[in-house]
Design a protein around this ligand. Sequence first.
Ligand SMILES: Cc1ncc(COP(=O)(O)O)c(C=O)c1O
Length: 374
Amino acid sequence: MPALTTVGKPLPMQIERGEGARLFDAEGNAFWDFYGGHAVALLGQAHPRWVRAISEQAARLSFVTTLAPTSVRDRANASLCAFARMDRSFLVNSGAEANEAALKVARKATGRSRIVAMQGGFHGRTMACLGVTESGHYRTDHAPIHGEATFVPFGDVEALRAAVDDRVAAVLIEPIQGIAGAIEAPAGFLSAARAICDGVGAALILDEVQTGIGRTGEALAWHAEPGCDPDLVTVGKSLGAGFPVAALLLTEAMAQTCEPGEHGSTFGGAPLACAALLAVLDAIEQEDLLARAQALEAQVRALAPPSVTVRGRGCLLGLVLDRPAAPIATALRADGFLVGTSNDARCLRLCPPAVMPPDAVEGLITALCAALSE
Ligand SMILES: Cc1ncc(COP(=O)(O)O)c(C=O)c1O
């Protein structure tokens, strides 16, 4: 029975295995993975630390009800909160599930229901997440849409101020809009949003599902901007580096509004997910992956030809071309480089593993220059 394909046009090759930052198809062709599986594969493929952690955990405790405390989950929660500079965490399975939880907490904590989100933003494909996702077909395909939301231009402080009043439960922002094409919030926007939320008692939610867990060269992207400490943060993707795990991170004040039993998840915080998460945080620290992500960005910026504008940070970069990006992505694939596209038709999206070697980055830019000159 053929699979139901709903996520987009399938790539024309069958990937069989991976090694570090490279993928191999069934015919033995190799590809440098500059797409990182939708920004998930922060450690590349089959990272020994990650493989060992999951294997050892599988041999010790495969699964137990999340009502039972486990040492691996205690360690995962503590390490994640320290890494993210947040007080509490609630582990779930996907970015959308984390955002659903954030919306529930913000609504309950404030007693309000309106959300102000950004034009061009993306927060997931469940119904409540579509309710706060403005961009493209994700929303229009599934009308009528759930929830009350207002959308303001990303980065426009005055429009945000005008939209946020005492009926607003939360302002929801991606510090760098990923699927939109690695578009950064202008400097000062997140701290202005913090102040605007404080003025009316609304919560500030940062969606770091794509930007978080080292991808931008910071533990979380908001750490780069002083004065924007959020009430709620969501992370996923790189958090498990291939094992499904995501999280809602909360301040203590937000956590205090949650009561036992009002939210839950069968698989959230499962032992294998916690082991994967711990291995990822360990690898980031032991292998200096924040610095490597920063170095990758610096290398791309230094090598990119003048006709290409580079935006984004670390291992989440947009290469804005002077022409449609999709045919260039196809040409790069033929040369052995897998890259992503975005909702900006002229923007190639790179979300490579932080372990991508510098000579592969050089190879990508050489292949890009060749494709652009044809
Ligand atoms: C910023 C952002 N938030 C949320 C999501 C949804 O995450 P998931 O697909 O794990 O539900 C995504 C997925 O691309 C994302 O980029």
